[in-house]
Each structure stands twice: as C-alpha cells, then as structure tokens.
Design a binder for this molecule. Structure first.
Ligand SMILES: [Zn+2]
Length: 313
C-alpha cells in the first residue's frame, strides 16, 4: 500500500471514530440491499441507499446554488470533518457514502466544476491512490456542487465495469491503436463510451484534450462544458480512463409523478455499473428495460456517438 493510500484509509478510520454522521452512514452501508441484473457479458447492480436522497434530489439550478452555502468550502464544512491535502485539493471523507471507502476531493479554492486543465490532477490522484477509482461528474451530470470543483474517489472492486472492461474491450469495442495511447469506442448495448489506456501521463492528457475538443465541436450548448462523466484508475503501470459523453442530466422518469416516477439521477457510479436509488419503491420495481431506457436517454444517441468516433479514429 502506498504511503498516501495508508493516510487516506486512516482518515476514514479516524472519521468513523470521531464523527457520528460518518460512523452511522458507513455502518448502515454494510446492510444496504443490492439487486444484480445480468446483461450481455456484464452486470448492472442497483443499490438501495436511503442516505443518498440529498444528493439524488439535489437542486442544481443556478438560483438554488446561489442561495445555499457551499458545503465543499472549508468554512462551511461540519466541524467534525477533517482533511488531507493533495496539491490544490483536499481529501474529505464523504459522509453519505456509496462505496465502503468513499472520498470527496474538492479543490481548495471555490471555482466551478470545469474539467479543462485538470485531467492531469485526476491522473495524479489515480496514481497516488491505486486502490481507488477517481471520478468526475460534469456540472449537469450528477455533481451536487457544480459551483465548487471536485473529484471523488471510491474503493476499487465496487463498480462492475472496472473488471468487465477487459471483456468489453475484446468483445464490444473498436480499437484505435496509436502509440502512445490506445483508445477504444465501446458499445455494450446500453452504454456507448470511450476508454483510453497508456503509461504516459502527458499522452493521456493530450488524448483527453483532443476528445474534449471533439465533444465541444459536437456540443449542442455552445460555450458550456460538453456534458460528461469520467472514471480514472491506475492499474499495472497504466492509466485507464473512461469517458461517457452525456446527452441529458436526468431521465424522464425522474420528473414523473406517481407510479412512473423513478428517482434516479445518474452519474459516474451509475455508469460504472451501480445504480443508486434512495427510494425503496424504485429499488423493488426497477427492471432491466428501465435500466437500458435510462442509460439510452442520458448518454449520447448512437448516431452522434458514431460521429464522434469517426472524428477520433
Ligand atoms: Zn465552495
């Protein structure tokens, strides 16, 4: 275990000891219910997690954001919350966990969620914390604090996609092999996404920048960050980065009333194969058809994704 990983794990142990909210929520997570759905060569899990109601139903419109105190700024955080510093970032225990080890990693200064220029920081975190997957939710793609730049880190081994990627690369992907970065366009039937792998940090950065540029060219909301979720890990001396181009913030089911309502606000972890629902009614009723439908709505339509791949490959 790297020194830094050890420190981060110790932070979680300390916070469970001295912060009742963290202790309660991590302990409840041990009994959380999970359903598993088998797709064609991969799985999607559904986690019933009542403590996530705050995040799943977070109002992230400008007015709501402007009228609340930013919970990632040091001066507004709970008195019990401790931090570790990592460059321009602070590592905090997430008190409303999805993962058995779950951290929020805000930038020290209050700047908006905006990924250009920061992918290198994400890669540094992935390398410093090889037991974790680092993830980024774009401002309209699941981030509950779009006004304060942050990553998150979750224990590896939790999201099925981390281990399924080898199968998906072989069986559901097209590869562009161009030293020094290999890129795959993967279509697994419910998710279309890009996957990059390389041992060169700067190479991954410049490859991401070129993807970002093409996403921007195809972006329907000119001037805004193209909607996306990103997962990054460091495995066997290589960085692995998943980029999910997003089309919608939330599926229609989110806004329905009554029976058709499903309170699900998908973000990186959902795309990594663990859907989080804070409501028992949704946990019980959700089907494979709903899952495929929700992913189809929130990710890029196939024709648009094909266009991106054409531009990239
Ligand atoms: Zn802030």
């Amino acid at each position: 275990m790297s020194d830094f990983t050890g420190k981060v794990k110790q932070l979680l142990i300390d916070q469970k000891n001295n912060w009742p909210t963290a202790r309660k929520n991590y302990s409840e997570l041990e009994n959380v219910q999970v359903r598993v759905f088998d797709f064609d060569g991969f799985q999607i899990k559904v986690q019933f997690n009542p403590a996530r109601i705050i995040s799943s139903s977070a109002k992230v419109d400008q007015q709501s954001i402007a009228s609340r105190k930013c919970f990632l700024c040091a001066e507004n955080r709970p008195a019990e919350q401790q931090q570790l510093t990592f460059g321009n970032y602070e590592i905090l225990v997430n008190p409303f966990p999805i993962f058995p080890e779950h951290f929020t990693i805000p930038r020290i200064s209050h700047v908006p969620q905006f990924i250009p220029g920061k992918i290198g920081d994400m890669l540094d975190l992935a390398k410093a914390l090889p037991d974790f997957t680092i993830f980024y939710n774009g401002p309209k793609c699941g981030a509950s604090a779009p006004d304060h730049f942050h990553f998150q880190a979750g224990k590896k081994g939790f999201m099925p996609l981390e281990s399924e990627i080898e199968f998906l690369k072989e069986n559901k992907g097209i590869k562009r092999s161009e030293n020094p970065v290999d890129i795959w366009a993967i279509k697994d039937g419910i998710r279309d996404f890009l996957f990059m792998e390389s041992s060169g940090k700067e190479d991954v950065e410049s490859c991401f920048n070129s993807i970002y540029e093409k996403l921007s060219d195809l972006n329907e909301h000119a001037g805004e960050e193209p909607m996306m979720n990103i997962l990054a890990g460091f495995e066997n001396g290589k960085w692995q980065v998943f980029v999910f181009p997003r089309f919608r913030h939330r599926p229609w089911q989110y806004f329905e009333e009554g029976e058709k309502n499903i309170l699900l606000s998908p973000a990186s972890v959902d795309l990594g194969g663990v859907l989080i629902t804070p409501m028992e009614k949704d946990f019980s009723k959700i089907t494979k058809v709903d899952i495929a439908d929700i992913f189809h709505q929130i990710l890029w339509p196939e024709d648009k994704f094909n266009l991106l791949v054409e531009k990239l490959f």
